[in-house]
Write a protein that binds this ligand. Structure first.
Ligand SMILES: *Cc1c(COP(=O)(O)O)cnc(C)c1O
Length: 396
């Protein structure tokens, strides 16, 4: 009986709360930025948990371009792309994304989640195999579930295991290896050079989801293939506009012309979901212009990351090493991660605790993220707060 289902859900929610795994939402009353104003909270908070890597979420150039898009192209499209939902700026953005990443063409989606959800069933059938890193984003996992190909999963960044899975898939018609360019909970990079070597040896295509890299990783910000020097050896990429490239929404796939062309014909989230709003499209074009014109925001982000990693490591925190602006501070215990986040809030620093099922059991953490928009004084205040609370909770 449905009333029993409601009761069941109540008890599941109670369990989630008791295990310290409940994820509350905190309304902000300010735009997204290096500091934010939270509802019912007096002091502004230094924000270390947005994907606002380049500080474009409330950048004046982005606001101006969004206004321009609104004024010239209207508020909404009220259509999917193939009916009457394609404007000149949608085509211009697809061209620009493709050129920025260095691929034949690109196709826009409402989100990167939709891009990943839509691609696999279009490209692969039951005679094919998809080989996926165990830490890949949920949208890749769901996209793979929707396709009929044989599914193989290799241990995170474990090249021996990837090779074993490629050998196991030798009988398949086509093989596709898919990985996040950056593993979002750890801030670590996929070993793309080795992945490309193995894929070439075993006649597989490579797809990289660069959501946590596009715009700021690599010399031009073109992402992890650029950073690793494997452009041209990665066949397909996906990515989001919802992080470094302005943070509103939207996603894309780039790849060889036939891949993009077939996605326009067959990808269900593309065919059956509304076009991206003109203001977002126009502002995302402006973001890419800005990043082509100057490396300043990338340089500022890299500086901030280096400084924060150095200071927080020297303070004795258990940090996952690396160079990415995702800086995970491990607590192990989920309740401790929540305490750390709550206490930091009292000290004027906004961070979020991550626990199961977002990360594995026993691997709870506070994931901090740097932004080009943070100034040195904000980072120093945040580090001081971490040290004070870390001592109090006996983390250092
Ligand atoms: C954030 C993220 C997505 C989802 O992007 P949206 O555009 O917000 O749907 C997909 N893949 C990875 C690796 C991500 O980090």
């Amino acid at each position: 009986m449905s009333i029993e289902l409601i009761k069941h859900l109540q008890s599941v929610l109670e369990d989630i709360r008791q295990q310290g795994l409940f994820k509350p939402e905190r309304p902000l009353e300010s735009p997204q930025g290096p500091s934010v104003h939270a509802q019912n909270w007096d002091e502004d908070l230094i924000n270390l948990c947005a994907n606002n890597y380049l500080g474009l979420a409330n950048h004046p150039d982005m606001l101006a371009a969004a206004h321009e898009g609104l004024d010239n192209h209207g508020f909404g499209m009220a259509s999917v792309r193939f009916i009457c939902g394609t404007q000149d700026i949608h085509k211009a953005l697809e061209r620009k994304v493709a050129d920025f990443v260095g691929m034949d063409d690109a196709i826009l989606f409402s989100s990167c989640f939709d891009a990943n959800a839509g691609i696999f069933e279009v490209l692969l059938g039951e005679n094919d195999a998809v080989i996926s890193d165990s830490l890949n984003h949920a949208s890749i996992i769901d996209g793979i579930r929707l396709c009929k190909a044989q599914r193989l999963r290799y241990a995170n960044n474990d090249m021996a295991d990837l090779e074993a899975k490629l050998i196991a898939a030798a009988g398949a018609r086509f093989r596709l290896v898919v990985t996040d360019g950056v593993f979002s909970m750890d801030g670590t990079f996929a070993n793309l050079p080795a992945i490309c070597d193995l894929a070439e040896a075993h006649d597989a295509l490579v797809m990289v989801d660069d959501s946590h890299a596009i715009g700021f990783i690599g010399e031009r910000g073109a992402g992890t293939p650029e950073m690793h020097g494997v452009e041209g050896r990665v066949h397909i990429t996906s990515g989001t506009f919802g992080k470094a490239l302005g943070g509103a929404s939207g996603g894309y796939i780039t790849g060889p012309q036939p891949v993009v062309d077939i996605l326009r014909q067959r990808a269900r989230p593309y065919l059956f979901s509304n076009s991206l709003a003109p203001s977002i499209v126009n502002a995302t074009l402006a973001a890419l212009d800005l990043l082509e014109a100057s490396a300043e925001l990338r340089r500022q982000l890299a500086d901030n990351t280096r400084y924060f990693r150095e200071r927080i490591g020297a303070a004795g925190f258990d940090v996952i090493a690396g160079t990415h602006p995702i800086v995970p501070i491990m607590t192990g215990d989920a309740v401790k991660a929540q305490q750390l986040a709550a206490e930091l809030m009292q000290h004027g620093v906004y961070v979020t605790a991550f626990s199961f099922p977002v990360v594995p059991q026993g691997m709870a953490r506070v994931r901090t993220q740097m932004s080009a928009a943070h100034d040195r004084e904000q980072l120093e205040r945040a580090i001081d707060a971490f040290i004070a609370v870390g001592k109090q909770l006996q983390l250092i």
